[in-house]
Design a protein around this ligand. Structure first.
Ligand code: ZN
Length: 252
């Protein structure tokens, strides 16, 4: 299906010839698995805008409400499956670990865990995970796949309420993830941007810094209005196709 897709041959050879690849994935990849994008389509839940729910202040005001929203998101995501893009990226990471493909790092803005479910070994999660809890006092984290909490979960260490382990409005990217992402950007001579408008900082800054050092940028985005010209938002190779079509063709 990708035969004749403009830019595909150039993208494949840029990827295969790379010494280190940074892959940046965003909401568009999840959307192809049916995960709702809360920033699109109004972004309301129980008459509240998600920007009123995804904040430390909302949690302090009504932890039950915020948890119910996140538990509903877990339930929705659990019914979604990784798509061809998730699977191709996981297979690439595994081949790279065996020395059979260019090495690199996947950095994702997604919190749904679909990269991990596809078998990705070491995705860097800029915005945390729906499937992690973090203590609201001491910060201790743990995996949690519960779909309901009759009582709000509490930290085993200090007893304070646990909160969803995701990055909220006004919060910084977790330090370890930020460091891993900027390390990957500093090493990359090829950047593959998938399913994100790329205009959201700090992720856009990662792409720009790699590009400014000479890295080739490959963008996958089916939106005709995307970018500022024929070469996409970052002046590289723009593949106008869905992630599930274009990503396997580039990295497979
Ligand atoms: Zn604690």
């Amino acid at each position: 299906m990708t035969h004749g897709l403009p830019g595909i041959d150039e993208a494949r050879s840029a990827f295969r010839g790379a010494r280190f690849v940074l892959v940046l994935s965003g909401a568009g990849v999840s959307a192809e698995s049916g995960v709702p994008t809360f920033r699109g389509a109004g972004g309301y839940w129980r008459q509240r805008h998600f920007s009123e729910l995804a904040t430390p202040e909302a949690f302090a005001r009504d932890a039950r409400l915020v948890w119910d929203w996140y538990l509903e998101r877990r339930t929705t995501v659990k019914l979604c499956q990784p798509n061809a893009a998730h699977r191709a990226l996981a297979a690439w990471a595994q081949r790279a670990a065996a020395g059979e493909a260019p090495p690199g790092r996947l950095v994702t803005q997604n919190v749904d865990g679909l990269h991990e479910r596809a078998g990705h070994p070491d995705a860097v999660r800029l915005h945390g995970s729906l499937w992690r809890n973090a203590c609201s006092r001491c910060g201790a984290e743990r995996d949690d796949d519960a779909l309901r909490h009759d009582e709000l979960p509490r930290c085993a260490g200090c007893g304070a309420l646990e909160r969803p382990g995701v990055v909220w409005f006004g919060e910084a990217i977790p330090r370890e993830a930020a460091a891993a992402a900027s390390d990957a950007a500093s090493r990359a001579d090829c950047v593959l941007v998938v399913g994100t408008a790329g205009v959201v900082y700090p992720a856009a800054g990662l792409v720009e810094s790699a590009r400014d050092r000479g890295a080739r940028v490959i963008e996958v985005n089916p939106d005709e209005d995307y970018g500022r010209g024929e070469r996409g938002a970052f002046g590289g190779i723009w593949l106008r196709a869905g992630a599930g079509i274009a990503v396997p063709a580039v990295v497979g």
